[in-house]
Ligand binder design. Sequence first.
Ligand SMILES: NC(=O)c1ccc[n+]([C@@H]2O[C@H](COP(=O)([O-])OP(=O)(O)OC[C@H]3O[C@@H](n4cnc5c(N)ncnc54)[C@H](OP(=O)(O)O)[C@@H]3O)[C@@H](O)[C@H]2O)c1
Length: 317
Amino acid sequence: MTAISLKQEKIPSIAFGTWSWGTGANSGEDIFGNHLTEEELQPIFERAADAGFTLWDTAAVYGMGASETIVGQCIKGRDDIFLSTKFTPGVSEEPMEASLDQSLSRLGAEHADIYWIHNPNDVEKWTSELIPLMKSGKVKHAGVSNHNLEEVKHAASILEAEGLQLSAVQNHYSLLYRSSEEAGIIDWCRQHEVVFFSYMVLEQGALSGKYSASTPLQSGTRRGEAFNVEVMEKLDSLLEMMGTIGEAHNVEPAQVAIAWAIAKGTVPIIGVTKPRHVDGAAAAADMTLSEQDIKKLEDAAKATGVDIKGEWEKRME
Ligand SMILES: NC(=O)c1ccc[n+]([C@@H]2O[C@H](COP(=O)([O-])OP(=O)(O)OC[C@H]3O[C@@H](n4cnc5c(N)ncnc54)[C@H](OP(=O)(O)O)[C@@H]3O)[C@@H](O)[C@H]2O)c1
């Protein structure tokens, strides 16, 4: 059982995500239209880890094991990687320990540094299943994802009753989707020494600056459908504002979105698919946005009228 909190661990200011890594169901192919091979991903991983980005987020459901398998290949021979993976209630009907064992076998690891309950289906049941895994050391830190404030507090209290701690919350949080902030989850995390991880900070590429109404995301993919031409047209003015602020810092719009998520006191999880994304993240980690820039960005995001959430999410309020 770990005695130190996740806040005391030396975690990087940005985590990297691997939903795009691998093919098959619910993979980089379906969601992003990406077809990334291990040969292309290994150099991205090495570049990141060597630059100190050692926290990697995956899930058993990403490509139904494909993402974890690639991460497992990448981490071979390294002992400096902080592994974050997930159990998805409803997809995995088996006991949590069996699912964790399969994840660890794909990852080639003995324990998960952070193990997440991916959704709030039956908080009581699944949080309780974490307890023996934490006590045995197979899970170092516990996290919950897509939980609202009441569910986060419920999970924390179940662990506390056993002398354990909820270490992290992972929810969708971007300039376009601030539901966790509005619902007080980010503040609650700050007050309770719980790390808040933001996912989809770049809205799967829609806020990267690479795509627009005239250069749209691939249709037939999750991101292409969520951010079709009509939605991308509404993002024009926001992307322009991100570009202007980025120019002043000598970075691309994507880095402005990442720096914003850090400035809001969260750890962004960025889905990297190219070596240059690692360099971009490093630049974002080094830059500081002014209060004025943050206000301009948030006002421009609000003015788009785009309020977008994943099909798997519910409102946090
Ligand atoms: N807990 C949950 O329910 C949940 C849900 C969603 C995501 N997540 C986690 O959060 C991670 C991040 O989310 P995501 O991958 O869906 O989307 P994301 O991070 O918002 O966007 C990823 C896309 O942005 C582009 N990109 C990344 N870094 C960039 C950079 N520095 N500069 C320019 N463009 C950049 C890439 O587009 P191109 O490939 O087109 O270049 C990439 O595919 C996931 O991988 C996963 O680990 C968790």
